[in-house]
Design a binder for this molecule. Structure first.
Ligand code: SAM
Length: 240
């Protein structure tokens, strides 16, 4: 690892919030800069102190941790902004990937901007970017819609609204609904729509299913539905 003391971009500055991406599966995907920042900030705000504690241990790092998650985000964001304003350096991480992307982080970042505090991204793994980059579906533009709500009517409305969207659609989906979602895509957008369903990216069972929606659905339903999934839907006129 580079010596943080001779490289200012690896040295946390007082009053700065660092938004640090962590691996989405493969622990080798933590960047050198992320390691340096996580190893030397005054405080790390994290979704789950056990998960982040484990990551730090893996790299031989020890830092003070504070829980910052969906249930305390509003209150803790203001407290952390107070500490930043008092000159502390803080990193925010989520359990995996890039904070604030379908994960806590947005409220803290906004609280910092409202007070004129510096916010510094330390980029790295992000599931949607990883899947787009390796999918072969159009990447000149895309709409990332995060997780769809569970209600069938809302999911159907989403697919109908974006049926003729000119760019690729990108979504996160839970393992409990991925089978149903694949069936819904075929029903609402037709069997020939090109889609990609990626599972367990950067992990041992990484799988990319790419092709006609009906074929991808059939292959998905024959395999394991455990793990984490990203779904891409190509524009209607796209052919592989
Ligand atoms: N902040 C994260 C990021 O930058 O990608 C996303 C966190 S969100 C709570 C978790 C969802 O991201 C999962 O349910 C799945 O849809 C997607 N995801 C995260 N890691 C993944 C992986 N290794 N393979 C496939 N999808 C993944």
């Amino acid at each position: 690892m580079a010596d943080a003391s001779v490289n200012p971009s690896l040295t946390p500055q007082p009053g700065h919030l660092y938004v640090v991406a962590t691996p989405i599966g493969n622990l080798a995907d933590l960047t050198e800069r992320a390691r340096a920042i996580l190893g030397s900030v005054d405080l790390i705000a994290c979704e789950d102190t056990r998960t982040t504690g484990g990551l730090l241990t893996r790299y031989g790092l020890r830092r003070d941790l504070i829980a910052y998650h969906d249930h305390n985000e509003i209150e803790v964001a203001e407290r952390l902004a107070d500490q930043l304003a008092a000159g502390k350096s803080i990193a925010v991480v989520s359990d995996a990937g890039t904070p604030a992307i379908s994960d806590p982080g947005f409220r803290l970042v906004r609280a910092c901007h409202r007070r004129g505090l510096q916010v510094v991204p330390v980029p790295g793994a992000c599931a949607v970017a990883a899947v787009l980059s390796a999918s072969g579906l159009p990447t000149n533009g895309f709409l990332f819609a995060g997780f769809l709500v569970a209600k069938t009517a809302a999911r159907t409305a989403f697919l109908e609204k974006y049926r003729d969207f000119e760019f690729t659609l990108a979504l996160y989906e839970s393992c409990h609904r991925i089978d149903k979602f694949a069936v819904e895509i075929v029903e609402k957008l037709g069997p020939d729509r090109v889609i990609c369903i990626a599972r367990e990216v950067t992990k041992l069972h990484e799988t990319f299913l790419i092709g006609r929606a009906a074929d991808v659905r059939d292959r998905l339903l024959k395999g394991s539905l455990k793990g984490e999934f990203v779904v891409l839907i190509a524009p209607a006129d796209f052919v592989l």
